[in-house]
Ligand binder design. Structure first.
Ligand code: NDP
Length: 315
């Protein structure tokens, strides 16, 4: 098959806040960035309803609307925003090669990876239904917890994230019920203890979610089953938080970039540099700790500045 080969100065992979912020800075530095949006244009924020914690939006903004504004801002300075999915990379030479949709081959002087991470969900139909409706299912307590203040919520998961998020929610909500599928936490002892010592968090061990209950528009509760006794209970709740881990979207880079044991790209602390010259990372692809739109945007800025300095040093 004949392939089209294109040479670009700066290729940005991913279209969340990290990718678009990198694009704004790269475009303004005359790097003529080309940005591929990937399979979920706008990234994780497009599954969020209202964003109220991104500075500059005093009245809040919906996730999809915010991503359109970021895209427009990136395009205003000349970013070439394209539909497309990166299917293969070859970073073995100085000019990095990337293939789009198996056909277009791109050679890039610098690459900014902003492919993000995907929250894992249980996969129940009812969970997905209320997630899509924006009716009370969330994978981010820091983003959405505020909407459930003075209400009762359920959270599923038993790792550090679930403990951290349960604790965060306990400060806003009247009651947090935590569903743990085994008879113990996976979280570190200190995180688990904090949850166990919080009065308004009830922990149900050996308990699995059967169904997210609702009135067709919003969540009204959760049906859960004890996997030891087979007892089924219904827990009233207006919010259902899923904290069972994230998966960084980094698999295609695994042959070339250093990843940690859970797949996050390892960057030089305090910079966006990866183990390869000219390849930079921003956003959740390298961050399992903060995972916020604003931190992703901040590291997107860092990646564009690092890429620009890398090119300047080569000239
Ligand atoms: P983890 O993979 O550590 O934990 C996932 C949890 O979800 C496990 O308890 C697992 O249960 C549970 N789970 C998975 N699938 C299901 C399911 N289908 N139904 C019910 N429960 C399920 O992910 P985290 O996001 O918590 O943490 C990821 C990494 O980030 C870890 O290394 C963690 O230490 C780190 N982290 C550190 C923080 C900090 O230090 N402040 C904060 C947050 C994360 P089971 O245990 O039964 O497998």
């Amino acid at each position: 098959m004949s392939q089209k080969i294109e040479h670009v100065k700066c290729l940005i992979i991913g279209s969340g806040p990290a990718g678009y912020t990198a694009a704004i800075y790269a475009a303004r530095a005359n790097m003529f960035p080309v940005l591929y949006q990937g399979s979920q244009p706008g990234g994780q924020l497009t599954t969020t309803n209202e964003v109220e914690n991104f500075p500059g939006y005093p009245n809040g903004i919906t996730g999809p609307a915010m991503m359109i504004e970021l895209q427009e801002q990136a395009q205003r300075f000349g970013t070439d925003v394209r539909d497309g999915w990166i299917t293969k990379v070859d970073f073995s030479e100085e000019v990095h090669k990337v293939w789009v949709n198996e056909t277009t081959e791109i050679h890039a002087d610098t690459i900014i990876i902003s492919t993000g991470a995907s929250a894992k969900y249980l996969g129940l139909d009812s969970e997905q239904k209320y997630l899509k409706l924006g009716g009370g299912v969330s994978a981010c307590a820091v983003c959405d917890g505020f909407f459930y203040r003075n209400q009762e919520v359920v959270i599923v998961g038993a790792g550090d994230s679930a403990c951290e998020e349960a604790h965060y929610l306990s400060k806003l909500c009247t009651k947090v019920t935590m569903l743990v599928r085994r008879d113990e936490f996976r979280a570190s002892k200190i995180m688990a203890k904090r949850v166990q010592n919080t009065e308004n968090i009830e922990i149900l061990f050996n308990t699995e979610t059967e169904e997210v209950l609702g009135d067709g528009q919003v969540v009204t509760g959760v049906r859960a089953k004890n996997n030891r006794t087979a007892e089924v209970i219904e827990i009233p709740a207006t919010g259902f938080f899923v904290a069972i881990g994230h998966e960084p979207n980094t698999k295609i880079f695994a042959d070339y970039l250093k990843l940690d044991e859970t797949g996050y790209i390892i960057n030089t602390p305090g910079s966006s540099k990866t183990n390869l010259d000219g390849v930079f990372v921003s956003g959740d692809a390298a961050d399992h700790v903060y995972r916020q739109a604003i931190t992703a945007a901040g590291t997107g800025c860092m990646a564009a500045l690092d890429a620009e300095r890398y090119l300047a040093a080569k000239e």
